[in-house]
Design a protein around this ligand. Structure first.
Ligand code: HEC
Length: 181
């Protein structure tokens, strides 16, 4: 039966086209995923709605982490002396305000992570990624490679973004320690 088959492949083609377009931009898929997660689910399926939100966060986190892994490496180990590790990092897994502030505004100058010293520069990612994306990537980082710190929410990112809006240069470690979040 040729007619139904061609209808099916047309439908398939348009789905593929949609997926291809969504993958073409950095911010669009995250915004869509965020909207999707916010859409109220039918009252009868609360478990499904939680699962959907979690997997959306996970896939946004993995996608954003491709940017971070250029330096911090896909296994989160960094490069000794150059890029500090996120795996096992007490900073990445500590009070969420600190890693949020680092991702939003970047960081430079002397820093000790898990006994090794660094004196390098991380640029600001706040202008590039929205609150949902920053929350998702930190949630990802805090749950990978043996890390097991609580998730970071978009509301926490929004709060730090508002409090640190005057910040125009990367943090130094002493400045981060002194800042009242
Ligand atoms: C261009 C390389 C580069 C990229 C890309 C990068 N970082 Fe960094 N990151 C660094 C460097 C270098 C430092 C240490 C800065 C210093 O020496 O003061 C750092 C420090 C950190 C720290 C604090 C130290 C630690 O090891 O826990 C965190 C957390 C962090 N980065 C997370 C991220 C996340 C999340 C991303 C992706 C959104 C990211 N970084 C992208 C280079 C990078």
């Amino acid at each position: 039966m040729p007619a139904p088959r061609s209808t099916t492949s047309l439908a398939l083609l348009s789905v593929l086209a949609l997926v291809a377009c969504g993958g073409g931009s950095d911010s669009a898929p995250a915004a869509k995923a965020g909207d999707g997660a916010a859409t109220p689910a039918p009252a009868s399926t609360p478990a499904t709605s939680v699962a959907t939100a979690t997997s959306a966060t996970d896939s946004i986190g993995r996608q954003v982490f491709m940017t971070c892994s250029t330096c911090h490496q896909a296994n989160g180990q960094g490069i000794p002396g150059t890029y500090p590790p996120l795996a096992g990092s007490h900073i990445a897994t500590g009070a969420p305000e600190i890693p949020i502030a680092i991702v939003l505004h970047g960081m430079s100058g002397p820093l000790t992570v898990e006994g090794k010293t660094y004196n390098n520069l991380m640029t600001a990612w706040g202008p590039m990624f929205n609150d949902v994306q920053v929350a998702a990537v930190l949630t990802y980082v805090r749950s990978q490679w043996g890390n097991s710190a609580p998730p970071v929410t978009a509301a926490q990112v929004a709060a730090v973004r508002a409090k640190t809006s005057a910040r125009k240069t990367p943090w130094t470690w002493p400045e981060l320690q002194a800042f009242k979040f």
